[in-house]
Write a protein of this length. Structure first.
Length: 240
């Protein structure tokens, strides 16, 4: 993959200048494996990277450490089998965060540099307009573009009427109808949003169909899915 396909742009290029002079390489965090160990995708390969001792001297709080989606400056270890050290984190364009556990006011970054966040709600017994509004607040605070997906449209007798209701609740925000079962709306997600270099995130309560939508959009994704609970359509947290 090229850097552009990974989401690299002019803003990141400008911030990376000092690291480039040190002979470092840009990479993007794609998974946090365990504390201070990350899977980082570079233009040439995917490496296991960790924060070295020098990083700990400069990073004072948890939000300064890498998170999924971050662009980092790495140096591949000589003779190392796909191992690298992280020397810095580039400024984030957008970020999802929450307060870390404990009494201190510490910010914990959940994901960074997301371009579009899909707020997914199922049109079954678990449908809750208030929840959509709460998710929208978090999405807007992140700086990412928010799009509401009303999934499982095949389970609703009048999905279009429900969509119109949601549109009045969240003016200015795109509201889409989708169904994994009938494939309704999936092509539109691909042609308009799932574009090279764009980073997408799906949020919503368990059981709304986030994993099924991702499986439909991403080749060979194969995220596990399961049936929701019959009485209230709540999910079982199958995907973690």
């Amino acid at each position: 993959m090229t850097l552009a396909e990974l989401g690299w742009g002019d803003a990141f290029e400008a911030h990376f200048g000092p690291y480039a002079k040190e002979g470092l390489e840009p990479g993007r965090v794609v998974c946090e494996l365990r504390r201070n160990f990350y899977a980082v995708r570079t233009v040439s390969d995917e490496v296991l990277a960790e924060c070295g001792g020098g990083f700990f001297h400069s990073a004072r709080t948890p939000d300064q450490f890498p998170a999924i989606g971050d662009w980092v400056a790495v140096k591949t270890r000589v003779g190392g089998a796909m191992r690298a050290d992280i020397h810095g984190v580039l400024p984030r364009m957008t970020k999802f965060s929450r307060r870390a556990a404990g009494s201190e006011e510490i910010e914990q970054i959940i994901a960074a540099n997301v371009d579009t966040v899909f707020l997914v709600s199922g049109l079954d017994r678990n449908f809750n307009p208030r929840r959509i509004q709460r998710f929208l607040v978090a999405a807007r605070a992140s700086g990412a573009e928010a799009v509401i997906i009303l999934n499982k449209a095949d389970l609703c007798d009048d999905a279009e009427a429900v969509r119109d209701e949601v549109v009045t609740l969240v003016p200015g925000v795109p509201v889409l109808l989708t169904s994994y079962a009938t494939r309704k709306g999936l092509k539109g997600l691909v042609t308009k949003y799932a574009l090279p270099g764009r980073t997408l995130a799906f949020i919503g309560s368990s059981g709304v169909g986030k994993s099924s939508l991702i499986n439909a959009l991403v080749r060979d994704a194969e995220l596990p899915t399961a049936e929701v609970r019959d009485k209230d359509s709540k999910g079982r947290h199958t995907t973690t």
